[in-house]
Design a protein around this ligand. Structure first.
Ligand code: FES
Length: 152
């Protein structure tokens, strides 16, 4: 049986009807057609699905959509202002912080949270904070460089 859900995504309010078993990731991708958040593992191991909920990062594959009643969600699609990219998006481009790009939306959402939550004070601290975001291409050093640049 579906449940009502009011949720704000990238500044836009949505009144939805959702089955209780649907994850926030599937809601974003399938009901709202925001496919920037990726499904890598679907069980909290890879970070490709990282979004912000009320400003804090979460793995959206581990959160039931209905648990997010009244909350503000930001996805990778919500970062740019018109045609102006977010500084972290610019930094990932400048430092080649990706190869295939599949993990990149999650990496960028975590990278922004890393600085905002005060965990970007050293490269070691950045690596620790970012350790839940897996990159099979091994772009890690460039990702750290991008975060260091935005931090400074
Ligand atoms: Fe959510 Fe991998 S898809 S952590």
């Amino acid at each position: 049986e579906k449940m009502p859900l009011s949720i704000e995504v990238n500044g836009k309010m949505h009144q939805l009807s959702v089955e209780p078993r649907v994850t926030l990731l599937d809601l974003l991708r399938e009901q709202l057609h925001l496919t920037g958040s990726k499904k890598g593992c679907d069980h909290g191991q890879c970070g490709a699905c990282t979004v912000h909920v009320n400003g804090s990062r979460i793995n959206s594959c581990l959160s039931l959509a209905v648990m997010n009643e009244g909350k503000k969600i930001t996805t990778i699609e919500g970062l740019a202002q018109g045609d102006k990219l977010h500084p972290m998006q610019e930094a990932f481009i400048k430092h080649d912080g990706f190869q295939c790009g599949y993990c990149t939306p999650g990496q960028i959402m975590s990278a922004i949270a890393c600085i905002k939550e005060g965990h970007a004070n050293s490269e070691a601290e950045i690596r620790e904070y970012m350790s839940g975001n897996i990159c099979r291409c091994g772009a890690y050093p460039n990702i750290v460089d991008a975060i260091v640049e935005v931090k400074n």
